[in-house]
Design a protein around this ligand. Structure first.
Ligand SMILES: [Zn+2]
Length: 253
């Protein structure tokens, strides 16, 4: 099976803004990478990954150039005016049409951004490390758009039903510069499991708290769980070494 499935974002972006998330359906990968693994860093056969990326390119009815990232759980955001070799960062901001900005995830949270006038796009890879490091804050600050003009969408990530974490991670959030000042609200994103020192973390809610604190109030999506949906999404927590979905956003050329 090769036809790939794309989930289009349900958000009030202008029609020139195209954004979607791939699923694991379609593509040529085998075994734990089956079927549509789009990541070149997870030990899948590179020839196969490139075939999958070609499928992705062919599924879009425009002539696009794709920008892929070497994601490092940092707060680094790069503003691009043309596509090129893999950027070592976790966020992209772009105001040029025809460039597909891509993030790879399997549990981490992809966050999409555009503005009300459809002149700027951005995307971030936000796992717990990136969030604590300030990726969300840095991305919103790198965009030229004013926060009140920004529209955001939280793509598929591991949900609060499955994201079990320990006290150590809760402490890291509390100590981080970003979350410390929002701790009253961030702490509520950690739900203790039977009163123990284990918690279910709601990454979506934590992200909403941070976005809102930055003045970004238009937030959509945020109700999937990659772990729960085995046939649809890759999940690192569930499967260990596995494939990655791509989150893609571009302005129509
Ligand atoms: Zn779940």
């Amino acid at each position: 099976m090769t036809a790939l499935t794309k989930i289009k974002l349900d958000w009030p972006a202008l029609p020139n803004i195209h954004a979607f998330v791939t699923t694991r359906e379609g593509g040529y990968s085998d075994g734990k990478y089956s079927n549509l693994n789009l990541a070149s860093h997870v030990n899948d056969n590179l020839f196969t990954v490139n075939r999958n990326r070609s499928l992705l390119k062919d599924s879009v009815p425009y002539d696009l150039s794709f920008q892929w990232l070497n994601q490092i759980h940092s707060s680094s955001v790069v503003k691009i005016e043309s596509s090129g070799k893999q950027q070592k960062c976790d966020g992209l901001v772009c105001a040029v049409s025809g460039i597909a900005c891509c993030i790879l995830t399997a549990d981490c949270l992809p966050i999409f951004f555009t503005n009300k006038s459809g002149t700027e796009i951005a995307i971030a890879h936000a796992g717990w490390r990136g969030i604590c490091n300030g990726i969300i804050e840095n991305l919103v600050n790198t965009m030229d758009s004013e926060p009140e003009d920004i529209v955001s969408y939280l793509g598929p990530a591991i949900g609060p039903c499955h994201y079990e974490v320990g006290m150590d991670l809760k402490s890291k959030f509390k100590e981080s510069k970003v979350c410390r000042k929002l701790w009253n609200d961030i702490e509520k994103c950690f739900c203790s499991i039977n009163g123990s020192n284990k918690y279910f973390l709601d990454l979506y809610q934590a992200t909403k708290v941070i976005l809102t604190s930055l003045g970004v109030n238009q937030i959509y999506g945020g109700n999937e769980c990659t772990y729960c949906q085995k046939d649809k999404y890759f999940s690192f927590r569930r499967d260990g070494n596995t494939g990655r979905m791509a989150s893609v956003i571009f302005m129509e050329p």
